[in-house]
Design a protein around this ligand. Structure first.
Ligand SMILES: [Zn+2]
Length: 123
């Protein structure tokens, strides 16, 4: 279901990119394997994940992949969390919803820790 939705979205996004004058590249996104597009300003984007930087070597590719997947995870978490927050607004005493919200906050905190750790390792 989720895959179906995102592939539909990516087709729509890709059509939009082409309309804006982007060209399709032979490279594909390291995360989702969608074909990448080059914008008029030279930026390379994935229709699903947004801006992508093509790695020069394997080490850089690993680093970039990690960054993209963390960004993507964060985006999904924040989006999902806002759904939970809406639920909480309508039903403030629903402890199940509160627990769910705590889980999201916890996930975001962990995500931040992983990102900080990755940054210190790069120094
Ligand atoms: Zn992608």
């Amino acid at each position: 279901m989720l895959n179906l939705m995102s592939s539909e979205q990516s087709v729509k996004r890709a059509a939009e990119l082409l309309r804006q004058g982007a060209t399709m590249l032979s490279e594909s996104c390291p995360l989702c394997n969608s074909p990448l597009y080059k914008l008029k300003n030279g930026e390379i984007v994935c229709p699903v994940h947004g801006r992508v930087i093509i790695a020069r070597d394997e080490e850089e590719e690993k680093k970039l992949k990690r960054g993209i997947s963390l960004d993507y995870t964060e985006q999904i978490l924040v989006d999902s969390m806002s759904v939970v927050v809406e639920k909480l607004k309508n039903d403030p005493m629903n402890s199940e919803v509160i627990v769910q919200l705590i889980r999201y906050l916890d996930s975001l905190e962990r995500l931040k820790r992983i990102r900080d750790l990755a940054q210190t390792q790069e120094k």
